[in-house]
Design a protein around this ligand. Sequence first.
Ligand SMILES: [Zn+2]
Length: 575
Amino acid sequence: MSNWNIHDIFKSDEDLQKEVSCLKNLADIFKKNYENNLKNLTPDEYFDALKKYENISQRLSDVMTYAFLKFATNTDESGFYAKYQEEYTTISEKILFFELEFNLLEEKQQNTFITHAKGYEYILNLTKAQKPHQLNDSEEKIMLKKSLLGSSAFSRLFDEHFSRLSFEFDDKKLSEEEVLSLLHDKNRKVRKKAAISLTEGLRPHKELLTYILNMIKKDLKIECEIRDYQTPEQPRHEHNQITQKSVDALINASENEFSIVSQYYELKAKILGLDKLYDYDRYAPLDGKEENYDFESSKKIVLKAFGEFSKEFENIAKTAFENGWIDVYPKNKKRSGAFSHPATSNSHPFVLLNHTDKRRDLFTLAHELGHAIHQKLSYKVGYLASDTPLTTAETASVFAEMLVFDSIKNSLNDEEKISLLASKLEDIFATLFRQINFTTFERRIHDYKGEVPLEMINQIWLEENKKMFGNSVEMGDHYELWWSYIPHFIHSPFYCYAYGYGQLLVLALYGLYKSKKCENFVDIYTKFLSLGGSKSPKELISMFGFDIEDEKFWLLGLEEIKKLFDEFKGLINGR
Ligand SMILES: [Zn+2]
C-alpha cells in the first residue's frame, strides 16, 4: 500500500461536514454551561469540564487533520483546506474562553483544580505560566480571526507558490524535490548544473520571497509586542518548555565544534581528488556508485532494525506499512519533503514521504516512522497532554535513524562503511550544525531594525555559513539565495535549533544505550516516549540521570560525533 488512507479519519467529505455540525452544537452547549462559570465549579466539576473540552478539541483536530492531509497530497485543494480552517476558527472561538478563564481564577483555586486533575497537572501549569502573555477574551478573539491573514497566510502563499515552481534542467522542468536530489549526484557537472538550476529557478521570485520573510518577521514582532515577550525567540523557548540559557549553551557548545565540519570537508575534498570543494560538492557520494534503496528494501531494513531494539517498535511500524498510514511517492501537486502528522487516537499518525530510492530516503523513512511511534505511544496520556514540545519531538525520529544506521553498518565492508559513515556525519551536520547556523542566521534577521533588504539577507546568509565552513567549502555566487527555499524560516521561526537539540540529545542517549551502562534502557526509553508532553523535557531526561541545563550534557553528544569522525578517519587512513 503506497497511499495513505485518510478515510480512517472520516469515511467521506459528507461525514466530515456532519462532524463539523455536531461539533458546533457541542461547542455551543459547552459555552453555555461553562462560560463565566469556572470560578463556581467544584474541582470534580472542573475536571469533568476539562474532559469535555479535551473531547471537543480532539475531534476538532480530526477535522483539521483530514482537510490538511487532503491538501498535502493535492495542493489544488487549498480552497477545501481554507474552508475547514475557517470552520475550525469558528468552533475554536466558542471554546477559547476555557483556557483563558482558567487564568482569570485566583491562584489558590487554580492550584486546587490542578491538584485534582490527575494526569493534566503539568499542562495546566503550562497554561498558568502563559498568564503574563494573555490578552482579554475579546482581544484574543480578534487575534484569532486576524491570524488567518498573518503568518499563516504568508505560509500558505509560500507553499502554494513553491508547489508551482519548476526548475529548468537540460530540456526538462524539475520540481524542487528533484533538483535538490541532483545535488547528491556522483557527476560533478550534474551537481553544478543542479545548483545553478535551483538558483535560476529561485531568482525571478527573490523579491516575493524576501517580502514573505519580512512579513513573517513583522508578524512575530507584532505578536511579541502585543503579548509582552522580550525577544522574538522567547515564545519559541516557552513553547519548547526550555530556557534561553540552555539554548545558548547548545549553540555555543556546537559552534565551538564547527571545526569538525571544516576538517571533514577538507578530508572529503582530498578523497574526491578535488583542489577545492564547492558548495555543490558537499553532498557528492564518496564511493562514486549510486546506492539504491527502493521502498520495499527500505521497509525490510527498518523493520529489522526496530525489531532488534524493541518488538513494540517493530509492531507499530508493521501496522503503519500494512494499514495505510504512509503516502510514499512524489506526485504532481503533492507537497515536498516529509512529515509524520500525529492526528489523534481516533485514527493513527499519517506519514508523508517523497521516496526516490536514495539512501537518504531510507533514513527519512526511519525518521518519520520514529515520529509515528512516538505519536502513537503518547496517545496514552490523552489528547491534550500528548503534544510534545519541539525539543523532545525529534527524539524518537533521530533515535530511529541511529538504529537503522548501526543495523546496516555492521553488514558492510570497509569501503561501504566509509560511505555510510560519511553520510551519517553529513546527516549530523545537516540536523545539528546547519540548524545552529540557520538559527544564528534567523537571529540576525529578526534582530535587524525594520525590513531587511534582499542584499542584506544574502550577505548575512553567506557570513553565517562561512562561520561553519571556514575555508573548507567555497560558496559560489549563486549560493547567496539559498536561504529562500527553506520552509522553516516561514512556517515556524526559530524552529531549527530544536533539530540540533534533538540530535545531540539522541546522540547522548544512544551512546548510553550502546554502552550498556543503563540496564533497562529500552523500558525507560519507551516510558519516556509514552509520556508525550505530560512532563517537562527536564523531568523526562532526568529519568536517564542527565540534566539538560548543565552545559556538560551537550558535550556528551558532541563526543559521540567525534567518535564517528575518528572511526571515519581511521578507515580512510587504513586504506
Ligand atoms: Zn522530524
